[in-house]
Design a protein around this ligand. Sequence first.
Ligand SMILES: Nc1nc2c(c(=O)[nH]1)N[C@H]1C(S)=C(S)[C@@H](COP(=O)(O)O)O[C@H]1N2
Ligand SMILES: [Mo]
Length: 197
Amino acid sequence: MAITTRGFGGRRAPAEKPLPPGQFLTEDFPVLSAGPTPNVDEAHWQFSVHTESGEVRRWDWAALMAMPVEDVTTDIHCVTRWSRFDTQWRGVSVDAFFEDVESEAEFVMVHSYGGYTTNLPLEDLLDGKAWIAFEHGGEPLAPLHGGPVRLIVPHLYFWKSAKWVRGFVMQEHEEPGFWEQNGYHLYGDPWLEQRYA
Ligand SMILES: Nc1nc2c(c(=O)[nH]1)N[C@H]1C(S)=C(S)[C@@H](COP(=O)(O)O)O[C@H]1N2
Ligand SMILES: [Mo]
């Protein structure tokens, strides 16, 4: 077992795996929430996809549990400059939620319980790039970290990974979500340091 001493502000990235520019590595799991933690229990959790034609598809907890589960190990990068390597999640690929959805819209507004929103191009949620996650580190996802269910979009800054996620609304034109309206970049690629607009 490797023993490392963590200095103030975390330790440097191992040479074999690069960090995005301006990021430091931490082994903590900081909590960043723009408001109070909404109380969402599994029995009342619902997830929906709304298309531009008014079609709505809905899933409840039982439906989620019946979907194909994936285990994902991935790095995450917060715009406030902390990154974590090899975080472990269990969830369902976002692809599975779009299987029976017919839409021509190219953008998605993600909505959370509690009112948080964030915008994404649809293609950034598809092809194995994003998950609806309900476990972290082998445990049910803690409410502070978005439990019972959050979105994970690890290739973008972590503000795109909406906690307490409750649905996607398809959009023909991209609109800014909560942080994007408050100065964050519309897209948020950590490798290009797209922090602020
Ligand atoms: N619903 C909701 N989702 C959210 C946020 C939030 O305030 N509300 N904060 C975002 C930001 S800025 C980050 S860095 C991550 C933090 O997730 P964590 O608290 O589990 O570390 O959640 C993102 N998703
Ligand atoms: Mo963040």
